[in-house]
Design a binder for this molecule. Structure first.
Ligand code: SAM
Length: 249
């Protein structure tokens, strides 16, 4: 997959070029990252990319022309749908990530200031995505969030040990609790079933915890999911245990 990013802060993307899973995926050729600075497409001697808003008011607005120039260059180099990261976009979810990870190329647009000229969105942008109901000063971190979420879905990026298939949201549930050595920490023990080596029992325990956690923390996820007989039974058992724990307090 190729990802092009239009940003006035290209240096911020060193964070994903130089560290962790995204660095490995770049080195392994599973994805390519190119960054385009709209300042290079500004007609202005001072390379300005922002101006005052029509109608007055505080702040500055990113001008359409330098952004359109950078987007054109990115599209000519690689093609790809243009995604504007904005708090006004559709929420970024794992299913959106899964859909976008199938694209061969994407162009991400990171805004700054009060945002970008609306006409640029109307004429150049295919999709608008938000990483949450809060406002950041720029779209670079949201773009990096999207890149990291996309890259871990690409074939060959995560080894078996890190497989994404059991992660939260992949199967419509939150992940089960994880434990590693030592067996005792601060007076708390690892659940005995995980030490017993009975793979069937471990699978059922994990499924039960995943269902229970989702019910406790994100009931909205369960509302949109049909449970099979085993899942219903495990969730009932989790709820009963929960009630018993509450009664014994
Ligand atoms: N005035 C805009 C509004 O209220 O919708 C906010 C502009 S924000 C200060 C500047 C840039 O940060 C936006 O153009 C966008 O690219 C990015 N941004 C901020 N919060 C974001 C979020 N939650 N998701 C995605 N992008 C965001």
């Amino acid at each position: 997959m190729r990802i092009d990013v239009v940003t006035i802060f290209p240096e911020m993307f060193a964070a994903i070029r130089e560290s962790g899973m995204t660095r490995r995926a770049l080195a392994g050729g599973q994805f390519e990252l190119c960054v385009w600075n709209p300042r290079q497409y500004s007609g202005d001697n001072y390379r300005r990319v922002d101006d005052r808003p029509y109608g007055g008011g505080p702040g500055m607005v990113m001008m359409a022309e330098p952004l359109a120039g950078a987007l054109d260059a990115a599209r000519q180099a690689a093609g790809g749908r243009v995604i504007y990261l904005t708090p006004q976009g559709r929420p970024l979810t794992q299913s959106v990530v899964g859909r976008l990870a199938l694209e061969p190329a994407l162009v991400l647009l990171a805004g700054r200031y009060e945002g970008v000229d609306e006409r640029l969105i109307e004429t150049e942008v295919d999709e608008e995505l938000s990483i949450g109901d809060y406002v950041l000063s720029g779209g670079e971190l949201p773009a990096m969030v999207l890149v990291e979420a996309l890259v871990r879905c690409l074939p060959g990026v995560l080894g078996n040990e890190e497989s994404a298939q059991d992660d939260s949201f992949s199967g419509g549930l939150l992940d089960w609790p994880q434990y590693t050595r030592p067996e005792q920490f601060a007076g708390h023990e690892v659940p005995a079933v995980l030490l017993g080596g009975n793979h069937g029992a471990i699978r059922r325990w994990r499924l039960k915890q995943a269902l229970g956690r989702t019910w406790l923390r994100r009931p909205d996820l369960l509302a949109g999911r049909e449970l099979n007989d085993e899942e219903q039974e495990l969730l009932e058992s989790f709820k009963n245990e929960q009630k018993e724990m509450e009664n014994s307090r």
